[in-house]
Design a protein around this ligand. Structure first.
Ligand SMILES: *Cc1c(COP(=O)(O)O)cnc(C)c1O
Length: 412
């Protein structure tokens, strides 16, 4: 087998220099653990950035992939296969289930693509069509939030409210207005009859785990209704179980018109989707949008299996229970440590904000056999697999405490 140095050197020579990787090569995984070249074990609080919600090598996922790979991987969207409609039915049914705000029973339709950023592109394309239909060509403006993250393609990047991601790639889509998260007055001022969509993450992921308030989300709903704009939730990171409900909007009790999902849906295979209420979905006609790979038989069948496993193994209950435990433990750290400021998020999407840079903590946790992730400079982000147990939380917390203590001593 190649050594770490040989593997890293190949990448240094032949890959675009976009990634600042941690110095380990991962070779296999099992449940909540990953293993490197030397078979050293790591407890996984990252889940491949929220993708591996079922952990690694889940037996039912492995079996499904093996079986389906031997039958049919891809057919294009020229033909029918068994699984795309079935997956759409499942997701639309889950989306129209109890949302706590009386709007249950809403009818949705789905479109499948290959990634999160594509799900955002599709969502805003649909919102433009519906906007033009409702208010003419000038109904095309988009409202998004400062500090948000929606992906790397031009549409999604234009909605991403962070200079560091946009810099160097201008011009963006011109018709985007940014509002501060939870700024109700700013929202009211930004949305008007030429707005076709308000786009937001109910919980900022990459942007540092900041939650939208229920009050703000309700106002977004009201303002979108008043101006016949689409309310689009980007649940690519916070959706599909991470907040303890199948859709994050069900945790907040505000139902969007369009919801974008991706990361965990096909257990690591590339799949993204958006789900739109019928009245928006019917703005599109054959030929107006499409994809070669999106919604293929392998990815869709695996996604159906993912959703079945979440139900069969009662993983949402686990997210709620162990998520609450994680939060309580993180809060104890904030109470006791001078370098930890605040805990944010819920369920299995949480972050602890530090007084010091987070990346060195993440680097040093590697040597302790724990994978954390840092975001927004000072935030350690937790996106663990839904299988995580309290004993795993204990291990992660023990390591975090130890490293924070060390940093504090070094600073003193
Ligand atoms: C990851 C992410 C995206 C982009 O998804 P990709 O699959 O990387 O294109 C968009 N929005 C949010 C909230 C995300 O976390």
């Amino acid at each position: 087998m190649k050594t770490f140095e040989q593997i890293a050197e190949l990448e240094r020579r032949y890959l675009l220099g976009t990634y600042n990787r941690y110095p380990i090569v991962l070779t296999r995984g099992k449940g909540v653990f990953l293993y490197d070249l030397d078979d050293r074990r790591y407890l996984d609080f990252v889940s491949g950035l929220g993708v591996n919600a079922l952990g690694h090598a889940h037996p039912r996922i492995v079996k499904t992939i093996r079986e389906q790979a031997g039958r049919l991987i891809h057919v294009s969207n020229l033909y029918y296969h068994e699984y795309q409609g079935a997956l759409a039915e499942k997701l639309c049914t889950l989306a129209s289930g109890s949302s706590g705000d009386g709007s249950s029973g809403e009818k949705f339709r789905a479109f499948f693509q290959n990634s999160g950023t594509e799900a955002i592109e599709g969502s805003i394309k649909l919102a433009r069509l519906a906007g033009h239909r409702a208010g003419g060509e000038s109904k095309s403006r988009l409202v998004a939030l400062e500090g948000s993250y929606h992906g790397r393609t031009f549409g999604a990047l234009s909605l991403t409210g962070q200079e560091k991601h946009r810099k160097g790639f201008e011009p963006m889509l011109e018709e985007v207005t940014f509002v501060a998260q939870n700024d109700i007055e700013g929202l009211r001022a930004a949305v008007n009859d030429s707005t076709c969509a308000i786009v937001l993450e109910p919980i900022f992921g990459e942007g540092g785990i900041y939650e939208c308030s229920v009050e703000f989300l309700r106002e977004c709903r009201a303002v979108a209704d008043r101006h016949k704009a689409a309310l689009i939730f980007d649940e690519i990171q916070c959706g599909l179980g991470r907040t303890g409900t199948m859709f994050a909007f069900q945790s907040f009790g505000v139902t969007p018109d369009i919801v974008a999902i991706a990361k965990p849906i096909a257990a690591g295979l590339p799949l993204g989707a958006f789900i739109a209420k019928e009245e928006f979905a019917n703005a599109i006609s054959p030929g107006q949008h499409g994809t070669t790979f999106g919604g293929g038989p392998l990815a869709c069948r695996v996604a159906l299996e993912f959703l079945a496993i979440v139900e069969d193994e009662k993983l949402l209950d686990n997210v709620n229970k162990v998520g609450a435990y994680l939060q309580q433990e993180l809060k104890t750290i904030v109470e006791k440590s001078a370098v930890a400021k605040e805990v944010r998020g819920r369920g299995f999407i949480q972050g602890i904000n530090l007084e010091i840079p987070a990346r060195p903590i993440v680097d040093e946790a590697l040597a302790e056999g724990v994978l954390f992730n840092s975001t927004h400079d000072t935030v350690v982000r937790f996106l663990p697999p839904f299988l995580l147990e309290e004993k795993h939380v204990d291990k992660g917390i023990r390591v975090l405490k130890k490293l924070l203590k060390k940093k504090r001593k070094a600073a003193a």
